[in-house]
Design a protein around this ligand. Sequence first.
Ligand code: MF3
Ligand code: CO
Ligand code: CO
Length: 269
Amino acid sequence: MKKINGIGLTKDGIDLYSKDDFLGMQKAGKLAAQILDEIGEFVYPGQSTAEIDRIIENKVSKIGAKSATIGYKGYRHASCISINHVVCHGIPSEKKLKDGDILNIDVTLIYKGWYGDTSRMFVAGNLARKAERLIQVTHDALFKGIDVVRPGITFGDIGHAIQEFVEKNRMSVVRDFCGHGLGRVFHAPPNVLHYGRPGIGARLEEGMFFTIEPMVNLGRPETKLLSDGWTAVTRDKTLSAQFEHSVGVTNDGCEIFTLSPRNRFHPTY
Ligand code: MF3
Ligand code: CO
Ligand code: CO
């Protein structure tokens, strides 16, 4: 028997949450987004990602939240920081950022039992043109997915919207990692694929909470896991980018829990 975390389960085993539960997710999501808003000023050439992670860890505890990633499956850091050809789950290190590096910073925290999970792209120094285009397409791909979310569509519709947009821009969608249900737990059904076919997969219902977090590569979609057991990189060494929001399905669309309080979700704003 699957444990029920909300007020019910769909036939596909996806938790449904109440109106009150939306309030818990709003608070947790906003705090996670606020930390990303505040971290931008610490991203510059010469800075280490270990230092950025320490600042994040301090901020998480200062606001009375708990890091969801420290201790998760043996992971030891408050964030994942994925630079250039790192697709996701980059481990913070003492190595210094270089001019032109692009990086995804992913923070998941727990506040009053609710999980807030969000990531966005940052740039150290000057942004190269092709990296800028990759970041823009990845950002817009996330919103192509968010835009179709409403009760009655399927998860395949979300994946299709993202994939179609990315491939139209001659980039590729990573298949090896996906979004996920979350709420009172970090990773729950369903797997939210960022590629797919219309009408395929579970149907969305009001009260579902999940992330959409497409990873987009300038080259081919294949990834490779490094020997540290976490860091995923593009096999062809091309640049990769990612943006992530946590959302809740409402009666006629969705609510984004992890909106940036300072409207800093996009790096060029
Ligand atoms: N925050 C990531 C996600 O979007 C998961 C990180 S798990 C970790 O699902 F252990 F690598 F931190
Ligand atoms: Co996530
Ligand atoms: Co995340």
